[in-house]
Design a binder for this molecule. Sequence first.
Ligand code: AMP
Length: 281
Amino acid sequence: MNTVHSIKEVRNEIKKWRKEGLTVGLVTTMGFLHEGHESLIKRASEENDRVVVSIFVNPTQFGPNEDLEAYPRDIKRDETVCEKAGANLIFNPDPSEMYYDDASTTVNVAGLTEGLCGAKRPVHFGGVCLVVSKFFNIVTPDRAYFGEKDAQQLAVIKRMVRDLNFDIEIVGCPIVRESDGLARSSRNIYLSNEERKAALILNKSLNLAKQSLNEGERDANKVKDIIIEKLNSESLAKVDYVEIVDSSNLKPAFNINKPVLVAIAVYIGKTRLIDNFTFKM
Ligand code: AMP
């Protein structure tokens, strides 16, 4: 496995592989890899001859008051994780390699990006779509792997790929959790011991919602109330949003009569965590 920092080096490698008729899978990440990322890389290496992992803390997807500078980084450890999981190439560019100072192109997926995380993070999905479309053009993978942990991101990327005719299969991969149920996230490192325990409230509140849906509740507001009440029972938790939306278009669902995404964002102390599940009838 090789780590490269320039677009040219990635393209040279891909050209060699293509000459041999090999298929390529891509996993895009911001690094500080954990078992969630690892599951994507493993899946990609099962389904493709070669796997590229991008490790890039993308500045364009962070708002002015977000944690761009503080975002955890550990490229040496990431290289070990990638190698073990079956990656063949890491692309770890500097921001200056990815963005011209006078870049003027934006990628906006309207409709799916205004609600949920997009409501409080107005620049986020524009930055994600821009960087992911750049990675798609640089790597030209056959398949790209995204976690259901970021369910809105997955829906947005699928729509972008459809609308812009990228010839890439987008593969959604299940959420990987800690043994106590907390969804794995690079941001979990920010949590103190006390906050780490409090963070379990996200998964617990979603499990209560799942239970009530399985028992037949179909009123989205009632299910939301169950989640909010449980989250509010934890003094360190502050709800950012609790939403139940139609899985196909991310529009609010009221009567639950088709597949819905139940998604939450919660501050535990200063750390904003997200979690979700999809309920299919
Ligand atoms: P990030 O480095 O946070 O940008 O995440 C890179 C990719 O890993 C995204 O497609 C995420 O959805 C995915 N991912 C992050 N955490 C998890 C997790 N706990 N389970 C599954 N996929 C994840």
